[in-house]
Ligand binder design. Structure first.
Ligand code: RIB
Length: 301
């Protein structure tokens, strides 16, 4: 059985997750109901999602030389992710995300720490893993020059470069020209392309110069094909415990199934994302290959 090779260039964070009955207002102090620490970071989450679905995954990133860094590396290794290109930085703390979860939704503040110490030279050091990847995946929690370097190396070796433009920021034209597929949510697409507020999702997708696969929350996903036609994959029903990492699961799974063609890959990515929100923490609910297959088989009945 062929194992997809995925190289993820991205962030690794420790998630500090507080559960609340509702989000606090500005200036308000609320009593929380639970607190847990989980491995996270959009890059690491996408790497774990892909590895659980059977892919051969290499992570390119950075952690701090601290207890969190050690734990984060241990988790990635345990999940079967190759961490040869994750460097440990002595002078920066590991990346940290302060997450509040209420009613299955979340609010996140990321302090990048060691993620901001990743350099284009670190990405270049992983060129051989980019050269042999089926898909190169990146997000925006690392310095932009690292993302651009990854995109250039992917282009140099003729590999698809999938960019999940999160957290949202305006993308440089130089990068947009190198992206094979952009995987934003609605807000991220508007911000990535600098589009005015109030446009429909379809209109925004039409305005994009590169192909778009957009997640639209509980409505599933939209994507355009080479003829400009927009397709809709409905979401699968799920009981939301914690939506943190659902988008990352979607991206990791999509990369694994990319070779099956858009319709199939997007369907499997939506199913994996639905399964992922049934447990607390970004990575806890990410499905293994057999779970995903069983879930999809159930839907077909
Ligand atoms: O997408 C979810 C992730 O965003 C969390 O794991 C957190 O670390 C932030 O990077």
């Amino acid at each position: 059985m062929y194992r997809a090779k995925i190289t993820v260039v991205g962030s690794i964070n420790m998630d500090m997750v507080t559960q609340c009955r509702r989000f606090p207002d500005i200036g308000e102090t609320l009593m929380g109901t639970d607190f847990q620490r989980y491995s996270g970071g959009k890059g690491a989450n996408q790497a774990v999602a892909a590895a659980r679905l059977g892919a051969d995954v290499t992570m390119v990133g950075a952690v701090g030389d601290d207890g969190f860094g050690y734990e984060l590396l241990t988790v990635l290794n345990r999940e079967g992710v190759n961490t040869d290109y994750v460097k440990t930085l002595p002078d920066l703390p590991s990346g940290m995300a302060n997450i509040t979860v209420a009613d299955g939704e979340n609010q996140i503040i990321v302090v990048p720490g060691a993620n901001s110490g990743l350099t284009p030279a670190d990405v270049e050091a992983a060129e051989s893993r980019i050269a042999e990847a089926d898909v190169v995946l990146a997000q925006l929690e690392i310095p932009m020059d690292c993302v651009i370097t990854a995109a250039k190396l992917a282009a140099k070796h003729g590999k698809p470069f999938v960019l999940n433009p999160a957290p949202a920021q305006r993308l440089p034209e130089e990068l947009l020209e190198l992206v094979t597929l952009l995987t934003p949510n609605t807000t991220e697409l508007a911000c990535s392309l600098g589009l005015p507020a109030g446009m429909s999702a379809e209109e925004m997708i039409r305005r994009s110069r590169c192909p778009v696969l957009m997640t639209i929350g509980s409505d599933g996903a939209l994507y355009n094909d080479e003829n400009g036609q927009i397709h809709h994959q409905p979401a699968f029903r799920a009981i939301p415990v914690d939506s943190t990492g659902a988008g990352d699961t979607f991206n990791g799974a999509f990369a694994v199934y990319w070779k099956d063609g858009m319709a199939s890959a997007v369907k499997k990515a939506c199913a994996a994302a639905a399964l992922s929100i049934a447990k607390a923490g970004a990575q806890s609910g990410m499905p293994f290959e057999e779970e995903l297959e069983a879930f999809l088989a159930q839907q077909a009945v």
